[in-house]
Design a protein around this ligand. Sequence first.
Ligand code: NDP
Length: 292
Amino acid sequence: MTATLIDGKAFAAKVREQVAGHVTRLKEDHGITPGLAVVLVGEDPASQVYVRSKGKQTVEAGMNSYEHKMDADTSEADLLAVIDQLNNDPAVHGILVQLPLPGHLNEDLIINSIAPEKDVDGFHISNVGLLGTGQKSMVPCTPLGCLMMLRDYHGSISGMNAVVIGRSNIVGKPMAQLLLNDSATVTIAHSRTKDLPGVVKQADIVVAAVGRPEMVPGDWIKEGATVIDVGINRIERDGKNKLVGDVDFESASKVAGAITPVPGGVGPMTIACLLANTVTACCRANGLAEPE
Ligand code: NDP
C-alpha cells in the first residue's frame, strides 16, 4: 500500500467529541438537551443494528435518544401520526425514519411529512432544494461525512475533477451537489455510463457509492487520486463473513494518493454527522449560533 489511509474512525471520534462539547454548552448555558428520535418500522436486521448504534452514540454524546419501534405491517396513517407527534414535540430536535421502509409504505410521502427543520437525514424535498440552490439546509449525513474527510485531507477541492459513481437520492446526488458547491468539477456516473473505467481515470477524487463489492479496481484509478469508498457490502470469503467496499482496496491503495478503508472510513463518519446535524437543528430551533 502506498496511499495515505484516511482514518474515518479517528475523524468520527473527533467529530463526536466536538458534538459532545456543544451539547455540554447547550445544557450548561441554556438548559437545553438536544433530542434525536429514530423511527424503525419492521425488523430488518441491518436497520436494527444501525438504529441501536445511533441510539447508543446519541446518548454517549449527552443527547436524548427516543426510539420508536413499529411493526412491519404498520399502516401509513399510524406512521404519519407518530411523525406528526414528533414534529410537534419541542424536546425532539431531529427525526430520522430508518430506510428502507416496508414496501407498502410510500417512502417519499413519509420523508416529506417530517418537519424540514427536524429532518436530520436531509432527505426532505425542501432540504434537497435548499442544498441544490446552495442555501442553508440539513445535509445528508453520508455525503457530508465524505465532504468533511475530503476538506480535511485537501484543504480546498476547488477545481478538482470529481467522479461520483452512483446517483441515489441518499448518497450519489447529494454528494455530487456538495462537491459542486465546493467548486469541484463533477461527473456523476451510473449503471448506464459508457466507459466507466475511462471516466474514473479522469478523476482527482473518486467517490464510489454503488453497492457492488470491490467493483472499482486499482487500474481504473488515476495515480495519486483520492478515493472515498462509501460501499458497505457483506460478502463471504474463505468461509468467513467480511465487510468490503465498492473499491478493491488491495489494488486501489497501490495507485491512489489517499483512500478510505471499509470498515473504518465513511461508515463511522455517517453517524457522527447525524449527531452533528441534530445539534445544528437544536441550535436553529432555539435561535442560537450553530456549530461551524
Ligand atoms: P443504490 O442502490 O440506491 O444506488 C446505487 C447506484 O449505483 C445507482 O445509481 C446505480 O446506477 C449505480 N450502479 C449500480 N451498478 C453500477 C455499475 N455496474 N456501474 C456503475 N454504476 C452502477 O445505493 P445507495 O446509494 O443507497 O448505496 C450505495 C452503497 O453505499 C451501498 O453499498 C450502501 O450499502 C452504501 N451506503 C453506505 C453508507 C455509509 O454510511 N457508509 C450509507 C448509505 C449507503 P443506476 O441509478 O443507473 O441504477
